[in-house]
Design a protein around this ligand. Structure first.
Ligand code: PLP
Length: 422
C-alpha cells in the first residue's frame, strides 16, 4: 500500500537529528542548505565509529587496523565512482572540497597547458571558487580570463541565465579551458551543460564542471555529461566537512604535473629525483582526511535513499510544491527574485532575492530570532550579484528533507520581518 507523503517525509526528517534543534526558543527551520547540509544519523554514527574502529593512517601499514581504515577510504572512493559513473577509481581524487578541486586543476592545468596570450573561459554565474583560482593561475601564465556573460550582463533579460548564444563567438583558438557551473548557487538554475561541453569539445577545449550544487539536486553521470573534470564537496551532500572530490578523465589527469608533493603520492624518492605514484594517489599528498572521506559512503547512500523509490517520489513531489509556492510568494510587489525559471523543472529550490529598501542582513537577523536560518550577503558570487545591481541579498535554500510547511513558515516570518523593518 502506498504510504502518505507526509509519513515518508516525517521518516526522512527523523533520520536527521539537527532538524529537531531549537534556535532562539523556536523550532529550527534550516534553509541554508546550499552552504552546507545537515547530517543524517547514518553519517554521524559512521564518523564516530570510524574514529574508534578504523582510526589508522591509510595505505601505509601492515597491521589490521590500518587495513580497516584503507578499506573504508577505498570503499568510499568506489561509492563515489559508481555515484557519478566514473569509469574507474583512478578517475576519483579526494580533495578538501570543491574549492580545492578547482584550485588543483587551475594550478596544474595552467602550469602544463596555458601560456602567454592564452584564454581561460569562465561563466558569469560562477561562485568565487570558479573565478579566483583561474585569475591567480592566469596571471602567473600571462593568460587572460574571459567570461561567458549572463542575460543580465548582455542586457537581454534579468534571469541570470548564461547567454549560451555568446559562446560560439568566445571559443577562439587560444581558449585553453572552459570552467562552468552545473547549477548556480544564486539563481538555482540548471545550465545547459551538455550543450556547452559539446560546443567546447568541437574546438578541442576541455571543460571543468563545478558540481557543488549540481551533485545534490540532479543525478550525475560524468561519462554521459562528457565533462573533463567535475568537482564537488562532501559537506553539501550530507558528508563530512573538509572533503571533496575531483573527477578527471584519465589521460588529462596523467598529463598534469602533481599538485602538492609529500607522502603517499610517490613511487620512489631520491635526493635528486622523485617518481610519482599512479592515479589517483599522485594527487593525494600527505595524510588525507581519511575519516571524513570514508563518510562519503553513508552520505551518498543517504542521497540515493532520498532519490529512489517511494521516498524519491515523495521528496520530488514536496520539492515541486515548495518551488511553485516560493516562486508565487516571491513574485509579490517590491521583491526581486534572481533566477526566475521558465518552468519549475529548470530550478532547484534556491531562492535569492531582495526586498525593496530593506537590508538583507537585517532581514536575516530578524528571521534568526524566529528560528529561521537563511544566508545573507554576497554568497561568494559578488560579480553575479553586482550584475543584478545588488550589493547583498537574502538566500533561502532547501534540501530534500525540508517541507512545504517550512516554506510557509519562512514566508510568514519574512512578511513579519518585512513589516518590522518597513
Ligand atoms: N561552487 C558552488 C556553486 C558553490 O555553491 C560552492 C559553495 O557554496 C562552492 C563552489 C565552494 O564549495 P566549498 O566551499 O565546499 O569548496
Amino acid at each position: 500500500m502506498k504510504r502518505a507523503r507526509h509519513d515518508i517525509i516525517t521518516e526522512v526528517r527523523a533520520r536527521v537529528p539537527a532538524l529537531n534543534l531549537k534556535m532562539n526558543g523556536e523550532n529550527l527551520v534550516y534553509l541554508d542548505n546550499a552552504a552546507t547540509t545537515q547530517k543524517p544519523s547514518q553519517v554521524l554514527d559512521f564518523l564516530s565509529d570510524a574514529l574508534v574502529t578504523r582510526n589508522a593512517n591509510v595505505h601505509r601499514s601492515m597491521y589490521e587496523l590500518s587495513d580497516f581504515s584503507t578499506m573504508a577510504y577505498e570503499n568510499a572512493r568506489e561509492k563515489v565512482r559508481s555515484f557519478i559513473n566514473a569509469p574507474s577509481r583512478e578517475n576519483v581524487i579526494f580533495t578538501s572540497g570543491t574549492t580545492a578541486s578547482i584550485n588543483l586543476v587551475a594550478t596544474c592545468f595552467c602550469q602544463r597547458f596555458v601560456g602567454r596570450g592564452d584564454v581561460i573561459l569562465i561563466e558569469g554565474d560562477s561562485h568565487h571558487s570558479n573565478i579566483v583560482p583561474w585569475q591567480i593561475t592566469a596571471e602567473r601564465a600571462g593568460a587572460e580570463v574571459k567570461v561567458i556573460p549572463t542575460d543580465v550582463m548582455t542586457g537581454a533579460g534579468r534571469s541570470g541565465r548564461v547567454a549560451v548564444e555568446e559562446l560560439e563567438g568566445l571559443l577562439s583558438d587560444n581558449v585553453k579551458i572552459l570552467a562552468i557551473t552545473q547549477i548556480s548557487n544564486i539563481t538555482g538554475l540548471h545550465n545547459p551543460v551538455g550543450e556547452i561541453i559539446s560546443a567546447a569539445h568541437s574546438k578541442g577545449i576541455p571543460v571543468l564542471v563545478d558540481g557543488a550544487q549540481g551533485i545534490v539536486h540532479s543525478p550525475v553521470d560524468v561519462q554521459a555529461m562528457d565533462c573533463d573534470f567535475y568537482a564537488f564537496s562532501a559537506h553539501k551532500i550530507y558528508g563530512a566537512t573538509g572533503v571533496g572530490v575531483l573527477y578527471g578523465k584519465k589521460d588529462l589527469l596523467e598529463a598534469l604535473p602533481p599538485y602538492m608533493g609529500g607522502g603517499d603520492m610517490v613511487e620512489t624518492v631520491t635526493y635528486q629525483k622523485t617518481t610519482y605514484a599512479p592515479l589517483p594517489l599522485k594527487f593525494e599528498a600527505g595524510t588525507p582526511n581519511f575519516i571524513g572521506a570514508s563518510s562519503l559512503l553513508p552520505a551518498l547512500e543517504f542521497a540515493e535513499y532520498l532519490r529512489n523509490g517511494e521516498v524519491g517520489e515523495a521528496v520530488k513531489e514536496e520539492e515541486g510544491e515548495i518551488i511553485a509556492y516560493m516562486l508565487d510568494r516571491l513574485s509579490a510587489p517590491g521583491i526581486e527574485l534572481y533566477g526566475k525559471p521558465y518552468d519549475v523543472g529548470e530550478k532547484i529550490p534556491i531562492f535569492t532575492f531582495n526586498i525593496e529598501s530593506i537590508n538583507a542582513g537585517d532581514l536575516a537577523q530578524l528571521l534568526d530570532k524566529m528560528g529561521v536560518a537563511v544566508r545573507s550577503g554576497l554568497m561568494c558570487a559578488e560579480p553575479l550579484l553586482n550584475s543584478f545591481g545588488a550589493v547583498s541579498a537574502l538566500r533561502a535554500s532547501f534540501a530534500p528533507y525540508n517541507t512545504l510547511e517550512e516554506a510557509k513558515t519562512f514566508i510568514r516570518c519574512l512578511e513579519r520581518a518585512r513589516m518590522m523593518l518597513s
